[in-house]
Design a protein around this ligand. Structure first.
Ligand code: 2P0
Length: 350
């Protein structure tokens, strides 16, 4: 192409927090999981990645990515897989319609910003890869559905495939070797259960000791509990969770969420050498949630923890004071608790 025109498109993608956890890959290259998972998408006004993808003959020759103003390495296999798949789809459109500009052969310049502090200790790869894939898909004007894009985002980071939707999202593990059926689908839109709230309690903003990617591979290789979790525990939790969401049954949603988190962390402890993500403050948060539910005489709050000590507490809006208020006053006195609280709710869509 002779001109130096700049083509560009922007998008945002939300953070998601799993209530049925992804932990384990059956294919590390394609990011194919050993079990399905379900997440709740958080509000974009609180937590999201904004990404602009541009391409031009004036750029380059290399593709570049800036995240929060710092240059990132794009040579890794995961980012390359996303670029390659998106370019192949654009190239097919260009072959079918020669009047289209040949964007697939131009260098990409990607600029991403998170609206939450990196120091908040929140995993950002899910929102990051989801926004990157959709920004490029928009730039290339690909006629792809969120599920189509989830298949590509999954190769960037597994959990990213769930950030292509708002509301309640399942990542179906699939069974094909090429990963073509390992995609995210909507369980229900956010508007289905708009009273759902999530409170993120930042116990530590430090980077985690064992990354998810390597931690889960050690679990698969060494944990005896892991196989039972993948084959028996998670399939039962998936079924119960999807039903609880469709029926807006908070008590079941909460019970499965807490049992899932416990099962995942038990599997981490059963890894050899063991992986410890929870700390004393995390365990104190679990006890406070138990006390809140005991006092209420029913389950009005659920805790869940990912690959780190920070707690995410789900509750319904009507119980905000009883849950968020109590947690704040109970944990505010503990050492190690930084009192950082990020409120979020499920979104109306993305
Ligand atoms: C989840 N986590 O379902 C689980 C719960 C952490 C604990 O997805 O290797 O960063 O990039 O596919 O997606 C973290 O795993 O790992 C994760 P990769 P990812 O949200």
């Amino acid at each position: 192409m002779s001109d130096n025109k700049i083509y560009q498109a922007s998008t945002t993608a939300p953070v998601n927090i799993a209530v049925v956890k992804y932990w384990g890959k059956r294919d590390a290259k394609l990011n194919l999981p050993t079990n399905s998972s379900v997440s709740v998408t958080l509000s974009q006004s609180d937590l999201r990645t904004h990404t602009t993808a541009a391409c031009s003959a004036a750029f380059g020759p290399e593709d570049t990515l800036l995240l929060n103003s710092s240059p990132q390495d794009v040579s890794g296999a995961r980012t390359q897989a996303c670029f390659r798949e998106l370019r192949a789809l654009r190239s097919a459109l260009e072959s079918a319609d020669p009047s289209l500009p040949k964007l697939s052969s131009l260098p990409l310049r990607i600029v991403s910003e998170n609206n939450f502090p990196t120091a908040a200790g929140l995993a950002s790869s899910a929102a990051g890869f989801a926004a990157l894939v959709r920004a490029i898909a928009n730039l290339y004007e690909l006629p792809s559905s969120p599920t189509d894009l989830s298949r590509i985002a999954r190769q960037g980071s597994g959990s990213a495939c769930r950030s292509l939707f708002g509301g309640y999202v399942a990542w179906q593990m699939g069974s094909k070797e090429d990963g073509s059926d390992s995609v995210a689908v909507e369980v229900a839109p956010a508007s289905h259960w708009p009273t759902m709230r999530a409170l993120i309690l930042v116990v530590s903003a430090e980077k985690k000791g064992v990354s998810s990617t390597s931690g889960m591979q050690i679990t698969v290789a060494t944990s005896e509990l892991f196989q039972r979790r993948a084959e028996v525990v998670v399939p039962a939790h998936m079924k119960a969770m999807e039903k609880a969401i469709l029926e807006k049954d908070f008590e079941t949603f909460a019970k499965v969420t807490m049992m899932e988190s416990n099962s995942f962390h038990a599997t981490c402890l059963d890894t050899f050498p063991p992986i410890f993500y929870l700390n004393d403050v995390s365990r104190a948060a679990i006890r406070v949630v138990e006390d809140i539910n005991k006092k209420a005489g029913k389950t009005i709050a659920a805790y869940t923890f990912d690959a780190g000590p920070n707690a995410v507490i789900y509750y319904e809006e009507e119980n905000a004071d009883a849950v968020a208020g109590t947690l704040k006053s109970a944990l505010g006195e503990l050492d190690g608790w930084q009192g950082r609280e990020i409120k979020a709710q499920s979104t109306e869509g993305v």
